[in-house]
Design a protein around this ligand. Structure first.
Ligand SMILES: [Zn+2]
Length: 217
């Protein structure tokens, strides 16, 4: 295992938990944050920077051209969570993780020492996105072997976990979850009604943990 971890960190609950977990095993951490002109960038950046400061990690931002969602996110009620496939299709940013990982591979190859790349992909269940699956991670690892000098490993430690498992892990790791940001519609507090906010709320409920998030509604 390399001693340097590059964590793709959006400031969200999953990737921040990966960063806190990595802090227990790696000597050096870099939180890699992507600016793709997302509407919630200020909150995401603030959350990722706060995590970097707490973990004494380097914060590195890569600026990309604007990436758009495949559709328009809807406001959802809790009952809507039973069938979120359509909403997931709307909120999906096509090939986002492939773009991010390409940049991460390029960045790691510029470093003087070997590094692992860590991502916060979780078990997406029925609303799975094509670029968060174990098969996708395996294939990017193959590409890394072919396309890079230092052949970094791409690791997805949460890939078999559901949201509530991650919240339980984060609680054990004492991750300050109130500083993480999951919403993809609000540029202030969590909106409380988009798919990500609903999944976040439900995750705390199912994990039987107090939800410290300040929601607009
Ligand atoms: Zn939201």
């Amino acid at each position: 295992m390399a001693q340097h971890a590059i964590i793709l960190c959006s400031g969200g609950l999953d990737s921040t938990t990966v960063a806190y977990q990595a802090a227990q095993t790696y000597d050096t951490l870099t939180l890699l944050f992507f600016n793709y002109q997302q509407p919630t960038i200020e909150q995401e950046r603030q959350s990722a920077q706060t995590a970097a400061q707490s973990l004494k990690a380097e914060f590195k931002e890569i600026t990309l051209q604007k990436l758009d969602m495949a559709g328009t996110p809807n406001k959802l009620q809790e009952k809507d969570l039973k069938d979120t496939q359509e909403e997931s299709a709307n909120c999906y940013i096509p090939a986002r993780n492939l773009i991010f990982l390409s940049h991460a591979l390029s960045y790691v190859d510029t470093l003087p020492e070997k590094a692992d790349i860590l991502v916060g992909f979780k078990n997406e269940g029925p609303e799975h996105y094509p670029d968060t699956t174990p098969a996708f991670v395996q294939q990017v690892n193959q590409i890394s072997q072919e396309a890079t000098k230092t052949k970094p490993k791409i690791l997805a430690p949460l890939i078999k976990m559901d949201k509530e498992d991650i919240i339980q892990l984060a609680t054990n790791l004492k991750v300050p979850l109130e500083n993480t940001f999951s919403c993809y519609t609000s540029d202030t507090k969590h909106c409380g009604t988009c798919l990500n906010c609903q999944l976040r709320k439900a995750g705390f409920k199912w994990a039987n943990q107090n939800d410290p998030t300040a929601y607009l509604e």
